[in-house]
Design a protein around this ligand. Structure first.
Ligand code: KIV
Ligand code: ZN
Length: 503
């Protein structure tokens, strides 16, 4: 097995998405999760770009132990000095310096020549070597750089001491065969000494994962990736896609250090902290990535997962494969879900429930567990002790947000009012007051860990879907709800989660 190094740039290239900037505390949280995930290198920022970025590199260097911490620079001495200063607490450190090498960059960005750029490339690596042993060079826009010139640059920076040479397809232009051939050309024409080549592929034509894999198949030994493929424009290469492609294809004889069971949790964390919802059909981590809705597929998966699943969802940290019940689901899928809900039915009963299920599925797109319990004639009160009776919220600009809620706990009615820093905060506080006053749950043992509001379609009349993660006595419970009123959806998602631990 050969080792493929995973270089994560979620906190640098990934964080360049407009409106998705993280503060230092959030970046430390992500960096620690990346360390637990097992990435080899964390690109923590571009220190000269802002005091915030500088500070994040300093704090991440202190907080993280075993991955190498990397800081980006241009081929500018001041940048390199500032990066070295920001990395001073890192146990293992790398400076990532470089310059554009395509004709577009040389002519229009630098108004320079190939020879001058080659000299600047060597000089920046030599300068960075004064501060750190581990220097990575990037040939920006290598995807559109002539291979013969690129090979000269790569040879020069390796001779100057670069340990890793990054071949970015900055504009996401390359085709997989073209990118693979570029890496092969470099391997064949450069004396690599002990240096390795790195891929850094952008997603503009939707080929980032394919290009990275082609790079690896042709000799690259590091891939630069982000969680959920986030990044400016169409994004970067997804860590989860490359890692699972490598893991699924054992015949490649390549391994990574990634603990794949931590992929789903970190994907959710990054999505939530950056307020970047994951598209439902996103490979590996999308909500529907393992959700089989056609009857034929559901039947197959229930007989044996290998029929339609190439990855065991547990391998990426997802508890079970979500079979979505729709009008196309078969009897086996219905029976399976009823069993999960602890409802045993005879064959005759199943035939009856299945007929009622098909009638309902014709009218309703998603059939919930609640619906199934009703169809099977089971009381749902036992399952949902807490229900929302009513919700009234006052909010706006220049007024205090106040919420009044009516809550039904196992048939008894309670109400409460609370204020908060926004309508959701006020409403959740009011619900929580009722719960703490009228159940055995105490304040202080429950905390909302994650809260994500997604619009399902577009437009101001859209349905808001809320996903919430609530921690209660160190255990995580999930709550979901959808409503045209996002405050109502938030309260319902909260109640949905707390019903899972209020017995
Ligand atoms: O896409 C790119 O070329 C980059 C470099 C700065 C590494 O992000
Ligand atoms: Zn990039």
């Amino acid at each position: 097995m050969e080792k493929l190094f995973i270089f994560d740039t979620t906190l640098r290239d990934g964080e360049q998405v407009p409106g998705c900037q993280l503060n230092t505390i959030e970046k430390i949280e992500v960096a620690k999760a990346l360390e637990a995930l097992g990435v080899d290198v964390i690109e923590a920022g571009f220190p000269v770009s802002s005091p915030g970025d500088f500070n994040s590199v300093v704090e991440i260097s202190k907080a993280v132990t075993w991955p190498t911490i990397c800081a980006l620079t241009r081929a500018v001495e001041k940048d390199i000095e500032v990066a070295a200063e920001a990395l001073k607490y890192a146990k293992k450190k790398r400076i990532h310096t470089g310059i554009g090498t395509s004709d577009y960059h040389i002519k229009y960005k630098f108004n320079s020549t190939q020879d001058e750029i080659l000299e600047r490339a060597k000089a920046c690596v030599k300068y960075a070597k004064r501060f750190v042993e581990d220097v990575e060079f990037y040939a920006e826009d290598a995807g559109r750089t002539d291979n013969a010139y690129l090979a000269r640059v790569v040879q020069a920076v390796i001779d100057a001491g670069a340990t890793v040479v990054n071949i970015p397809d900055t504009t996401g232009y390359c085709l997989p065969t073209e990118y693979g051939a570029k890496i092969k050309y470099l391997i064949d024409h450069v004396d690599m000494k002990n240096a390795i080549l790195s891929t850094h592929c952008h997603q503009d034509l939707g080929m980032a994962t394919a290009n990275s894999i082609m790079g690896v198949l042709n000799g690259a030994r590091q891939v630069e990736v982000t969680i959920n493929g986030i990044g400016e424009r169409a994004g970067n290469t997804s860590l989860e896609e490359v890692v699972m492609a490598i893991k699924s294809h054992k015949e490649l004889k390549i391994e990574t250090n990634i603990n794949t069971q931590k992929i789903y949790p970190i994907s959710k964390m990054v999505s939530s902290l950056m307020s970047m919802p994951i598209q439902p059909n996103k490979a590996i981590v999308g909500r529907n990535a393992f959700a089989h809705s056609s009857g034929i597929h559901q039947d197959g998966v229930l007989k044996d997962l290998s029929t339609y699943e190439i990855i065991d969802p547990k391998d990426v940290g997802i508890d079970d494969n979500a079979i979505v019940l729709t009008a196309r689901s078969g009897r086996a899928a219905l029976k399976n879900r009823l069993n999960i809900l602890s409802i045993q039915v005879s064959d005759d009963e199943l035939t009856e429930v299945y007929q009622r299920f098909l009638d309902l599925a014709d009218k309703k797109k998603d059939i919930t567990d609640e619906d199934l319990l009703t169809l099977a004639g089971k009381e749902t009160n036992g399952m949902n002790r807490v229900k929302l009776d009513y919700l009234q919220v006052t909010s706006g600009v220049g007024v205090r947000c106040i919420a009044n809620v009516g809550i039904d706990i196992a048939g008894e009615k309670f109400d409460a009012a609370a204020s908060g820093n926004g309508p959701v905060d006020a409403a959740i506080k009011a619900v929580w007051e009722v719960i703490c006053d009228n159940t055995v749950i105490n304040d202080g043992e429950t905390e909302i860990k994650e809260f994500l509001i997604q619009a399902i379609n577009k437009g101001s009349d859209d349905v808001g879907k809320v996903h919430m993660q609530v921690e209660h006595r160190k255990q995580i419970y999930y709550g979901f709800a959808a409503h045209t009123d996002i405050v109502a959806a938030s309260v319902k998602a909260f109640i949905n989660a707390i019903n899972k631990f209020i017995k």
